[in-house]
Ligand binder design. Structure first.
Ligand code: AMP
Length: 112
């Protein structure tokens, strides 16, 4: 756990956030400012800054759960987007690895 990390505080339960899914390695919450009708965040329980610092096996594990989560959220059939913002130019605002899963509408491209 990292001091002053908002996602660590959510994982510890210090900041309330309903969990869409939880296992021994990660929790999944809904984004507080959703960019689509479905906008989930997959957060590893152990703090790591981003995808470049994370154990690749952990990232693979998290990605392996995306289809199940999309099915649970009802967005698997029509499709969805998986995003890992990384670093300043990547638009990462919380320095605790998180995987966005967005869907529920036709998403534009490019994203900005
Ligand atoms: P990123 O810009 O990739 O770092 O994404 C961080 C995301 O975390 C943003 O989409 C925020 O809306 C979201 N976020 C920040 N604080 C919270 C919170 N307390 N609960 C849920 N989502 C949050």
């Amino acid at each position: 756990m990292a001091e002053d990390c908002i996602f660590c505080k959510i994982i510890k339960g210090e900041i309330p956030s309903p969990r869409v899914y939880e296992d021994d390695k990660m929790i999944v919450i809904n984004d507080v400012a959703p960019a689509a009708p479905v906008h989930m965040l997959l957060l590893p329980k152990n703090h790591t800054a981003n995808v470049t610092t994370a154990d690749p096996e952990l990232v693979a594990y998290m990605l392996s759960k995306v289809q199940m989560l999309a099915e649970k959220a009802g967005i698997a059939d029509k499709g969805f987007r998986v995003v890992i913002n990384t670093g300043m130019d990547g638009g990462q605002t919380v320095n605790h690895l998180h995987i966005h899963v967005l869907g529920g509408k036709a998403l534009g491209w490019p994203p900005c």
